[in-house]
Design a protein around this ligand. Structure first.
Ligand SMILES: *Cc1c(COP(=O)(O)O)cnc(C)c1O
Length: 420
């Protein structure tokens, strides 16, 4: 079996050109969006494999279609490896992505109108943690906690006080733009205090937890941990739910038939391979380097006079307050950096006075650069380019000149599996 790009080229040059263009863009730019990464090369093979043709509604040994010898084999492998790597009692590897994964947990554990205590979107939480624009926000009662000035860290005493007041069924921690480590023992104690389930959504940092660079909430007795598989974990696009055995049946039923029909078995095959590779010593080295690179990048940005939300980082991500640092909003910053070959995303900062389309900051992270083999010296260089570009956001020649330098660096650090 082989993936035929020649055939695609003949049949549909438009789509082929877009694939080629995207490949070039990824090769010749620096991917700094903290939720993005380059998958293990093996994942391109599983994604494009014949498993994409197969319906497998149901679970291992109890499917609704015939012909499941091989789907059962890969799903069992993925489940066993997930349980072992994350020290989980139960694993569901079928969620199509992170959002349906969290929705399935809510459907499994809550009745409509029940309360969840979760992190506010502008303070680092995720859409699926009950943002008013999300459909889950309309079904359940999300009460959102915030970070506290002046340092912008979580205030656990305040979270406990809110929990006692609103009596949530789930206490949820986890985030997409909070650059600090979470005190999981405090969250477990808060949930115990009010008799709630304790859940962590580690979508961004799942790979760093698997690699031992950050703490694992399952080691603190959490009931449920969810993670995407395509961010720091370097797998295919997908989601995983890890939970206590006592919740296994409810969680499985909520994923299928509750939320989804047929799982994407090509993604499940990719998750199985990913979890094997993420258990190897090389992935521990990778995870530790992601965190070291983020620290190096943050330190250099601070040296160069940037204002960072919470003043730094303890994980893989950094939020720059571009208004305070450069007197430009995040949208202008994102556009300028795109021209310079530095891909970031505009980002709201805590209690942002500006609207989400023109927020006060940008978010960056180091998982993808680290996958290319970059280390502290390259982070110093990247910080310098970021600051040069953000000081001259409308100076096109300067931005293009930075992109030329970026391209030269990218040549030295090819994307695994996409070496020329
Ligand atoms: C990315 C992310 C998700 C959602 O993942 P999608 O695959 O984009 O649906 C959920 N929770 C958190 C914390 C995330 O960062």
């Amino acid at each position: 079996m082989q993936i035929s790009f020649e055939l695609l080229h003949c049949s549909d040059p438009d789509v082929f050109d877009a694939v080629l263009g995207e490949e070039r863009r990824q090769r010749e730019g620096l991917e700094l969006i903290p939720s993005e990464n380059f998958a293990f090369p093996e994942v391109y093979a599983t994604n494009g494999s014949v498993f994409a043709n197969k319906y497998a509604e149901g679970y291992v040994g109890r499917r609704y279609y015939g012909g499941q010898q091989f789907t059962d084999r890969i799903e069992s492998l993925a489940i066993e490896r997930a349980k072992q790597l994350f020290r989980a009692e139960h694993a569901n590897v079928q969620p199509l992505s992170g959002s349906p994964m969290n929705q399935a947990v809510y459907m499994a554990c809550l009745a409509p109108g029940d309360t969840v205590l979760a992190m506010d979107l502008s303070h680092g939480g995720h859409l699926t943690h009950g943002a008013p624009v999300s459909c889950m926000g309309r079904i359940f009662n999300f009460v959102r906690y915030k970070t506290s000035p002046p340092d912008g860290h979580l205030d656990y005493d305040a979270i406990l006080a809110t929990a006692r007041e609103v009596r949530p069924k789930i206490v949820l921690c986890g985030h997409s733009s909070y650059p600090r480590e979470v005190d999981y023992s405090r969250f477990r104690a808060i949930a115990d205090d009010v008799g709630a389930l304790c859940m962590a959504d580690v979508s961004h940092v799942g790979g760093l937890i698997a690699g031992g660079a950050l703490a694992n909430p399952l080691d603190f007795g959490f009931d449920i941990v969810t993670t995407t598989t395509h961010k720091s974990l370097r797998g295919p696009r997908g989601g995983m739910i890890l939970c206590k055995s006592s919740l296994a049946q409810k969680v499985d039923a909520a994923v299928f038939p509750g939320m989804q029909g047929g799982p994407h078995m090509n993604a499940v095959a990719g998750i199985a391979v990913t979890l094997k590779l993420a258990a190897l010593p090389a992935f521990k080295t990778y995870a530790a380097q992601v965190v070291r690179n983020a620290r190096a990048l943050a330190d250099e940005l601070l040296q160069l006079g940037c204002t960072l939300v919470t003043g730094g980082t303890e994980n893989h991500l950094i939020v720059i307050d571009t208004v305070r640092s450069f007197d430009i909003d995040g949208r202008i910053a994102e556009t300028a950096l795109d021209l310079a070959g530095l891909t970031v995303n505009k980002q709201v900062i805590p209690d942002d006075p500006r609207p989400p389309v023109k927020p006060s900051g940008i978010r960056l992270g180091t998982p993808a650069l680290t996958t290319r083999g970059m280390r502290e010296p390259e982070m110093k260089q990247v910080a310098a380019w970021l600051v040069q570009a953000l000081r001259a956001p409308t100076h096109e020649p300067k931005l293009r000149n930075i992109h030329d330098q970026v391209r030269a660096l990218c040549k030295e650090f090819p994307i695994p599996g996409l070496e020329p």
